[in-house]
Design a binder for this molecule. Structure first.
Ligand code: AMP
Length: 214
């Protein structure tokens, strides 16, 4: 399975990608997570990436392509992959097509998680993660079962993303509408695009995606 999940920040791509990874046994790659690991390593490239992330703009295509190409070259991707957060513009989509063509591969499906902007600000500013295992939680929608203790690793320290604040969310949504939304027609013309209703619960969305994929 070679799948792309599209949708605005806060649509639930990361949550769904993790579930799909477990269900279909193919790796998921989130360019946001991969770029945050490069930032954590420090150095000049990390600083450059951090500047873009902190301003809510896109990291350069060249940097992102380098990061994602390495993952697609990895042996774990040979039976497929799920991409979350990539491509983010038409130039990246064209570059992905070229990378796959060299490998004799093609995409199977592109699923758009559709959701109006009005739902997204609350979703994004309420989210936080365990700083140890990165399991995601939300102030309103998903609390740890034992307060302040991670369900997954029992860690007790939690973090919020610095770009998950109201003004940056609005900026990131503008970038999405201007640069990423044109991908819908790009993939629709190729006959690959299908969409699900991101307003549904996490379980409802995964059910809808599974019906499309199965
Ligand atoms: P995300 O975790 O997908 O919300 O991404 C967080 C930030 O990482 C974005 O606001 C961008 O600055 C950067 N980013 C993630 N994926 C890409 C991409 N494919 N192209 C450019 N920048 C990206």
């Amino acid at each position: 399975m070679r799948l792309i999940l599209l949708g605005p920040p806060g649509a639930g791509k990361g949550t769904q990608a993790e579930r799909l990874q477990a269900k279909y046994s193919v790796p998921q790659f989130s360019t946001g997570d991969l770029l945050r690991s490069v930032i954590a390593e420090g150095g000049e490239i990390g600083e450059m990436i951090s500047e873009a992330v902190r301003s809510g703009t896109l990291v350069s295509d060249e940097t992102v392509l380098e990061v994602i190409a390495e993952k697609l070259d990895h042996s774990s991707s040979v039976n497929g992959f799920i991409l979350d957060g990539f491509p983010r513009n038409v130039a990246q989509a064209e570059a992905l097509d070229a990378i796959l063509a060299v490998k004799g591969m093609a995409l199977d499906s592109v699923i758009e998680i559709r959701i109006p902007d009005s739902f997204l600000v609350e979703r994004i500013i309420g989210r936080y993660s365990c700083s140890n295992c990165m399991e995601g939680y939300h102030d309103t929608f998903k609390h740890p079962k034992v307060p302040s203790v991670c369900d997954k690793c029992e860690g007790r320290s939690f973090i919020r993303r610095p770009d998950d604040n109201v003004s940056l969310v609005k900026m990131r949504l503008n970038v999405y509408h201007e640069q990423t939304a044109p991908l819908m027609s790009y993939y629709d013309k190729k006959g690959l695009l299908r969409s699900v209703d991101g307003k549904n619960s996490i379980d409802g969305v995964i059910r809808e995606i599974s019906v499309l994929l199965d």
